[in-house]
Design a protein around this ligand. Structure first.
Ligand code: PLP
Length: 351
């Protein structure tokens, strides 16, 4: 162990949701994946790809993809950088803006990767605890070099209102990162702040909203002066050739994208109402997941375990404020009907 940096030896590392063998037929609601396939055009582009091209490195700048994203969102390609998933983007952000010994910050509970990236980079993690109601969080510490706000938040799905996001961003001297991994399922987003507030960087991903978690593509949009510095930090060929082609094509099919989103949102809102009617507590979620809590306190782990025994995978977090429920992605309507039935049975077991 003396070979290893003490901070790495002491840390836990990010724990992804389990990815079971598909033959095991779980209802998989543990990683906030989209239950529907990506645009059918993706299948066509995969068939058109020349296997011989795989000899050649991909475009290190992902230029075609960035131009498409620029047109889609109304920015210039110079304001956009692509990554191997938004995890890669978040990593670049920490490395570009925070020096070892400096601080990054985030509200907690949140996406657990921020903290892990902070430890790896040797920065101080300032985790600011937040509790319900989530709409009045304490001010972020102004000295942070990076503040991460997941909006909608994970794992409860709460959406910080935009006026609040803007105020928070102005209180931070470093960059203010709005991690919008789920924002396509929400009614509003912070993109316009990129023009209005100098330190705002918005991070997006195609993993959830475009059903493309398997290809790994995330991106950041920010001031050109900030984004151009991130290019120096990124791995030279961080977005592979297949991913660039697949995502370019998927972005063109906005009709399919919108239909896919509205199906998931419809199921989420229906499911939330039904689960509440059974007696579960659910904070209104604007993501593609919900955080139901059975009426009996302290039974979150039993709830998780019983779902698991009935072949429904969710996530339980053994941390303050989250122990009483589970995070559950929104699956297909059929999957959620089965889940509701199981949740109804569980209430009898938990009594
Ligand atoms: C899923 C998720 C990510 C990571 O997305 P990828 O693009 O798949 O790496 C980032 N932030 C939050 C809050 C997420 O939930």
């Amino acid at each position: 162990m003396e070979y290893v940096r003490p901070s790495i030896a002491a840390m836990k590392g990010y724990v992804p949701g389990i990815q079971p063998d598909p033959a095991q037929k779980y209802i998989k609601l543990n990683s906030n994946e989209n239950p529907y396939p990506p645009s059918p055009r993706v299948r066509e582009v995969l068939q058109r790809l020349h296997y011989d091209d795989l000899r050649i490195y991909p475009d290190p700048m992902s230029l075609e993809l960035r131009e498409k994203l620029a047109r889609l969102h109304g920015f210039s390609a110079e304001q956009i950088i692509c990554g191997n998933g938004s995890d890669d983007i978040l990593n670049m952000i920490v490395r570009t803006f925070a020096q070892p010994g400096e601080a990054i910050g985030f509200y907690e509970p949140t996406f657990p990767l921020y903290k892990v990236l902070g430890v790896i980079q040797g920065v101080r993690n300032l985790a600011i605890p937040v509790t319900e109601p989530y709409d009045r969080p304490p001010d972020p510490p102004s000295e942070v070099k990076v503040f991460f706000l997941a909006n909608p938040n994970s794992p409860v799905g709460f959406l910080y209102p935009l006026s609040l996001v803007r105020d928070l961003a102005r209180k931070v001297r470093g960059v203010f990162v709005v991690d919008e991994a789920y924002v396509e399922f929400a009614p509003e987003n912070a993109l316009s702040f990129v023009r209005q507030v100098e330190n705002v960087i918005v991070v997006r991903t195609v993993s959830k909203s475009y059903s493309l978690a398997g290809v790994r593509l995330g991106y950041a949009i920010g001031r050109e002066t900030l984004v151009q510095e991130m290019f120096k930090v990124k791995d030279p060929f961080n977005v592979n050739r297949l991913t660039q082609a697949v995502v370019s094509t998927a972005l063109e099919d906005q009709d399919y994208f919108r239909k896919n989103i509205s199906r998931v949102v419809g199921t989420r809102d229906w499911f939330s109402r039904e689960a509440r009617a059974l007696g579960y507590r659910i904070i209104s979620s604007q993501g593609n997941f919900v955080f139901p809590q059975p009426p009996q306190k302290g039974r979150g782990i039993k709830f998780f375990q019983t779902l698991f025994d009935r072949k429904i995978l969710t996530r339980h977090y053994d941390v303050e404020g989250l122990r009483d429920g589970v995070r559950m992605s929104i699956g297909t309507r059929e999957e959620m009907e089965i889940t509701l039935q199981v949740m109804s049975d569980i209430l009898k077991i938990l009594k």
